[in-house]
Every structure is written in C-alpha cells, then in structure tokens.
Design a protein. Structure first.
Length: 84
C-alpha cells in the first residue's frame, strides 16, 4: 500500500515528537511551499531525492485509440517530479 499524507503526518509525529496538529501544519506547509514555488516558475530541487517543477505542454494532435480519429489536445501546464 502506498504511503499517503496520513502516513507522512504519523511519521513526522514519531520522528520529531510533534503533536498531530504540529505535524499536519508541517506537512501541509511543505506541500504548500513546493506548490507555490513551482507555480511561480521556480523548481524545487532536493539533492538525493529529486526535483519538483511545472512545465508547459504544447498543444498537439492525438488519436482516439478506439476510433483512430484525430483529437486536439490543448496546451496545458503539468506538475512533474524527477527522481534524483
């Protein structure tokens, strides 16, 4: 089973002896800081772990696998994690 936010909070509580409220604030704050930085155009690089960044995907033409018909895929921004 994959680790989730509750598991991260529990780990922070045990590792640093935080209350649940403090651990929630810590984990939420980290996610918020990463998101804010990436959306602002600054990647977040954590040596030995990886890099979070937002990149722009160009519009393109794809094919519907069921019908083979071309489909326009609009340009969009995507959140990306690159492991170290």
């Amino acid at each position: 089973e994959p680790m989730n936010k509750v598991d991260l909070i529990r780990s922070a509580m045990e590792r640093v002896e935080l209350t649940k409220s403090e651990a929630v604030t810590l984990v939420d704050g980290l996610f918020e800081d990463i998101t804010h930085s990436c959306v602002g155009g600054e990647p977040v690089k954590i040596p030995g772990f990886g890099q979070f960044k937002v990149r722009d995907r160009a519009a393109r033409i794809a094919r519907n696998p069921a019908t083979g018909q071309p489909v326009k895929v609009p340009a969009k921004r995507v959140f990306k994690f690159l492991p170290a």
